[in-house]
Design a protein around this ligand. Structure first.
Ligand SMILES: Cc1cc2nc3c(=O)[nH]c(=O)nc-3n(C[C@H](O)[C@H](O)[C@H](O)COP(=O)(O)OP(=O)(O)OC[C@H]3O[C@@H](n4cnc5c(N)ncnc54)[C@H](O)[C@@H]3O)c2cc1C
Length: 233
């Protein structure tokens, strides 16, 4: 099961973003602005920043998550987000004594295939342990482990990158495991920054249409929107 915990974050993240935004057009400094801003003013400012696309101000708030129980398939997708910081448990330095791996629901739903899947995963892990036992370093023995193996990591993202990564990874066209991961990330952010958390959503909500080849059904694709428009003209 995926585990996500927000272990650290910029204190008062939404007020910090709003304060930074106000600095650009204020005769007083950030300390004074931060004190004066009411919750309503913070909310209004965040709305304005989001609708105007003044997103650099969101870089002033950062969030650090402990993430566990994801496969290496998903951690590989996750670390493609370059405007984030990652520290992942090393398979070079940590020997994996247990065969902890992810089983996709599509495979669990097929008992005849699931049995083969588990057999292979356990065989790989057994060979891994045998290699370690024979003195092969963990960094080399790990080559036999499947991408399904569980991993844990710490990830820090600023709020701008969270908006961007969620727009891609909460899209139901992304893979189920990374969608589940980002749903948990969103839930953690919502607890400390509800206004920001509510903005963590798939890109179609901002676009007003689906830019994928096939829509999941929430919004029509760009082509469907154009076809509909052409029909009306
Ligand atoms: C559904 C889905 C399918 C995918 N399939 C594939 C696939 O088949 N193969 C594959 O290789 N990848 C695939 N990816 C990964 C994808 O190509 C991106 O690498 C990943 O989503 C990171 O997104 P990003 O580059 O926009 O953002 P980030 O790395 O998070 O960066 C954020 C933003 O910063 C800016 N930025 C960052 N670095 C640079 C830079 N060097 N130069 C200019 N601007 C920069 C860009 O505006 C970027 O959007 C897939 C992603 C998704 C969501």
């Amino acid at each position: 099961m995926i585990y996500v915990s927000l272990i650290s974050y910029t204190p008062d993240p939404e007020r910090t973003i709003a304060t930074a935004a106000r600095v650009s057009a204020s005769p007083v400094g950030a300390t004074e602005i931060k004190k004066q801003l009411t919750p309503q003013a913070v909310d209004r400012l965040l709305t304005r920043l989001l609708t105007s696309g003044h997103l650099s101000t969101f870089e002033h708030a950062s969030f650090t998550f402990a993430i566990e129980g994801i496969s290496r398939v998903t951690s590989h997708q996750l670390v493609r987000h370059r405007i984030a910081s990652f520290t992942q448990q090393s398979q070079r330095y940590v020997s994996l004594k247990e065969a902890d791996y992810i089983t996709p629901a599509t495979i669990s739903a097929r008992p005849e295939l699931e049995a083969k899947y588990h057999d292979l995963a356990r065989d790989c892990h057994r060979l891994y342990l045998e290699l370690l036992e024979a003195g092969i370093p963990a960094e080399d023995a790990r080559y036999v482990l499947p991408s399904a193996m569980e991993t844990r990591l710490v990830m820090t993202m600023n709020a701008r990158e969270l908006l961007h990564a969620c727009s891609l990874r909460l899209c139901l066209r992304a893979q189920w495991e990374i969608v589940e991961l980002f749903e948990l990330i969103k839930a953690e952010v919502e607890m400390v920054a509800p206004r920001l958390g509510a903005e963590l959503k798939p890109k179609c909500y901002r676009l007003g249409y689906c830019d994928e080849a096939e829509s999941c059904g929430i919004f029509p694709t760009a082509k469907e929107v154009l076809d509909e428009k052409a029909k009306k003209e």
